[in-house]
Design a protein around this ligand. Structure first.
Ligand SMILES: [Cu+2]
Length: 485
């Protein structure tokens, strides 16, 4: 393939003195540098505000959860982007950073947004220690632009810059990722989102008020270390959305009544049933494009298989803080050990602390379940996150990993994506503890006579009128002296 870079490299090599072999793109002439747009960098994992298109055809931009959209340069009617594949430091959640590979300072790379029919030119500079390529997953394009190293192009060697060019032919939800040493490179976090907006009204593409996107990725990073194990095939311990784990994943903040679209792409090695609380949604688009309206049905969970993309849509008409999460419960956990015995029912009081003196990272699962661990905030190694963390307005959420919250508010301003804080439920609309009359004597709560009488029925009325001092007789299955006759 004769690329522009090769052309420039040859020019530069001809001009240089004593330079032999491959020429680093960064070292080529000023002419070459001027021809390539600046590579924008981002150094924070915060969710960037939507990037309204400064030129070209207008569209409603997406919001990339804990990510950003790559600005372009419009040159002779072509949208030019510059991706730099490079090692990055990504904060997975406060207190936990990972040494990943990504693009332009982050993993995942920036989202690329274009309009159906746009001519797109993408420069890709390789600053990794090994070769790479970029495959534009799902796109219609000339075969030589498909980014499969060895098959459709030579791999991009370290220091080289390649250019891809094609027309974004169909609207939809896409991804990009390497097709070179891909198990390593995706295990290291190399991926990004791509959205092609329709150029005009499309009968199967609704206008929405909020449009979110994120990629599913997974990592195997031992607590206390920073670099993923690249040979892991199934036993990952960090399940992420855009290389973030809850409570590090931003919430999806919407205005009540908004039509909301959420686009999800899966580049992990297993499927993820994505579940939304409080609303029914429809899958309005897949890898292949918009789903015809007659082929849609309502649901509350949709499975996103490996290599797939799904876009779901719903009208956010119920105010509140609604969980949005993968329904595989171990995917809503953070760095957990897998070879852990179940100790429910085993009394190991004092044992863990004694073992910890010898084996500092030993963790014993609770004898009553694992919720204790989330609540007692037991000491954890450096650079990791507790398995179950995140505090809500009512206590520990006992969640990590692939979990976030859709916050629906009547007073969220159009176009305002800021976090409105926790939902304030109307009085009387929150699940509450009921008083158990039989426990009244030992309870510090007010006694029954301080409450106004309330209607009860049947057996419970009899129970509530029994004097509190009278002991209840309980017949145990193997008890002595309480035989029925
Ligand atoms: Cu999952």
């Amino acid at each position: 393939m004769i690329s522009r870079r090769n052309l420039f490299a040859q020019m530069a090599a001809g001009a240089a003195v004593g330079v032999a072999g491959a020429v680093n793109a960064a070292a080529v002439s000023r002419v070459a540098l001027a021809a390539i747009p600046d590579a924008m960098q981002r150094d924070t994992p915060d969710t960037a505000p939507p990037l309204s298109p400064p030129d070209g055809r207008p569209y409603q931009p997406v919001v990339t959860l804990n990510g950003w959209t790559l600005p372009w340069r419009l040159r002779d009617g072509v949208k030019e982007f510059h991706l730099v594949a490079e090692p990055v430091v990504r904060e997975l959640a406060p207190g936990c950073t990972a040494h990943l590979w990504g693009y332009n300072g982050q993993s995942p790379g920036p989202t690329i947004e274009v309009v159906e029919g746009d001519r797109v030119r993408l420069y890709v500079t390789n600053r990794l220690p090994e070769h790479t390529s970029v495959h534009w997953h799902g796109q219609r394009l000339p075969n030589g632009m498909d980014g499969v190293s060895g098959l459709t192009q030579p791999a991009i060697r370290p220091g080289e810059t390649f250019v891809y060019e094609f027309v974004a032919r169909r609207p939809g939800t896409f991804m990009y990722h390497p097709h070179a040493d891909e198990m390593t490179q995706m295990a290291m976090g190399m991926m990004g989102f791509w959205v092609t907006h329709p150029k005009a009204h499309h009968p199967a593409i609704a206008t929405v008020q909020r449009d979110f996107c994120f990629l599913l990725s997974s990592y195997d990073i031992d607590p206390g270390s920073y670099t993923p194990r690249i040979s892991t095939m199934t036993d990952f311990n960090l399940w992420t959305w855009n290389s973030r784990v809850f409570p590090g994943i931003d919430t999806l903040n919407v205005r009540q009544g908004d039509r909301v679209r959420i686009r999800v792409g899966n580049l992990t090695m297993t499927n993820h049933p994505i579940h939304l609380h409080g609303h029914e949604f429809q899958v309005t688009g897949t890898d292949g494009g918009p789903v015809p309206p007659a082929a849609r049905w309502p649901e509350v969970t949709t499975d996103v298989a490996v290599g797939q993309m799904r876009q779901i849509e719903f009208v956010a008409d119920e105010p509140g803080d609604w969980a949005l999460h993968c329904h595989k419960s171990h995917h809503t956990m953070n760095a957990m050990g897998h070879a852990v015995d179940t100790l429910i029912g085993v009394d190991h009081r004092g044992l863990a602390s004694r073992i910890n003196k010898i084996i500092p990272d030993y963790m014993a699962m609770g004898e009553r379940g694992m919720a204790d661990m989330a609540e007692m905030e037991m000491p954890i190694p450096e650079n990791t996150v507790p398995m179950m963390s995140g505090q809500g307005p009512h206590g520990s959420l006992e969640m990590g990993g692939m979990f976030s919250v859709v916050k629906v508010r009547a007073d969220q301003k159009p176009g305002d994506y800021s976090d409105p804080g926790w939902y304030r439920a109307p009085a009387g609309s929150v699940a509450r503890r009921v008083e158990t009359p039989g426990e009244a004597p030992s309870s510090p709560m007010p006694t029954a006579h301080q409450h106004p009488p309330r209607p009860t029925a049947g057996a419970s009325e009899a129970a509530s009128t029994r004097p509190a001092s009278e002991p209840l007789r309980v017949r145990k299955p193997d008890g002595h002296g309480h035989h029925g006759h």
